[in-house]
Ligand binder design. Structure first.
Ligand SMILES: Nc1ncnc2c1ncn2[C@@H]1O[C@H](COP(=O)(O)OP(=O)(O)OP(=O)(O)O)[C@@H](O)[C@H]1O
Ligand SMILES: [Mg+2]
Length: 323
């Protein structure tokens, strides 16, 4: 085990190491044997269908839930045994974050700052800095109850980072946020990472997942895929071609008889064809044209994270482990 390895926290050791993490609620196993590492100053994405165990994992790592089994080491300390020594270095924005509706933005920040042990001038400075960085100035004196979802999310991000944690856990921070504010939120996260923070973030948005340095896909509590987005796509061993035609349903049916097509799926008014990564697309498209179809085909490209996601869900269904 790597636990015994001598540690220098300032070298490129993982900032978080999770080993065989497991959580059972009665007979139900929500998280099973999860093992992964997060590198310093990366944005690590956590993906998976509803109920996969993402929030449960984060809650264990933030000390909100007690694990049934497994270990985790963060910033050189055992997260479950030496929790007190790391707590100050960890920030957590929960999926159902709870700001205090009847307080103003500043009052909320002061309240959460105090929970993290900040006081006096230190607290005031931290609030000013976060207000500036997250462009909250116009909101400071407003009651949280009246803010939009995107504004609340920014205030919640500010409140979970007032103490400048080195490791930040964000559980679906951008759900319900419009594309522009989503982008601004990711820019704010980027700034935090440039300032030395490491972020573990869950999302259902595969565009966001694509921006992560590395990803973990979990399904039914198990780790199904893990690595850089590009590598995960390459590992699927396929290329994808989008075919546009009026006869998309007929063409999709016909693909079953064309050799060299691994899979085909209807997508809008087109068909998404998967071929082996090394295959030539020409003969396959020619075979479809010979069957009387007229269509436009995109250039072959790497599969998307959506392809990977669908693949994994289908795999877990066939193995009877889907959720
Ligand atoms: N306190 C609890 N008691 C019993 N079961 C629970 C408890 N908390 C979570 N679960 C179950 O554990 C599973 C994982 O839940 P979790 O909230 O971790 O999923 P998730 O991946 O975060 O899903 P989502 O994408 O919907 O947020 C679910 O089936 C959930 O019902
Ligand atoms: Mg969740």
């Amino acid at each position: 085990m790597r636990w015994s390895k001598p540690k220098n926290r300032y070298m490129a050791d993982p900032i978080l190491e999770v080993r065989n993490l497991t959580k059972r609620f009665g007979d139900f196993t929500a998280v099973q044997d999860l093992t992964f590492e997060v590198e310093p100053e990366e944005v690590f994405g956590f993906l998976g269908p509803n109920g996969a165990g993402k929030s449960t994992t984060i809650k264990m790592l933030c000390g909100v839930l007690t694990p049934t089994a497994g270990q985790a080491r963060a910033l050189g300390f055992d997260l479950f045994i030496e929790a007190d020594r790391v707590r100050q270095q960890i920030g957590y924005m929960s999926q159902k974050f709870s700001l205090l509706d009847d307080l103003t933005v500043t009052e909320n920040l002061a309240y959460f700052g105090q929970l993290y042990g900040l006081q006096g001038a230190q607290l005031k400075d931290a609030i000013q800095q976060r207000v500036r960085e997250l462009q909250l100035k116009p909101l400071v004196d407003l009651l949280v109850a009246g803010l939009s979802t995107g504004e609340k999310q920014r205030v919640a991000l500010a409140s979970s980072t007032l103490h400048r944690p080195r490791m930040l856990f964000l559980d679906e921070p951008t759900s319900g946020v419009d594309p522009l504010r989503r982008r601004l939120f990711w820019e704010a996260m980027d700034d935090l990472v440039k300032g030395g923070m490491t972020i573990l973030v869950t999302t259902h948005n595969l565009g966001e997942a694509d921006q992560c340095d590395r990803l973990a896909f979990i399904m039914a509590g198990r780790l199904m895929a893990y690595g850089k987005p590009r590598k995960l796509k390459e590992d699927l061993g396929r290329q994808v071609i989008e075919v546009r035609t009026e006869q998309f349903r007929e063409l999709q049916r016909a693909t079953r008889e064309v050799p060299g097509i691994i899979a085909s799926e209807l997508m809008g008014r087109g068909v998404r064809l998967s071929l082996p990564a090394e295959a030539q697309a020409g003969p396959v498209l020619a075979a479809l044209r010979q069957r009387g179809f007229a269509f436009e085909a995109s250039a072959p490209e790497l599969p998307s994270l959506e392809d990977l996601f669908i693949d994994l869900v289908q795999q877990s269904r066939t193995s009877g482990r889907g959720n």
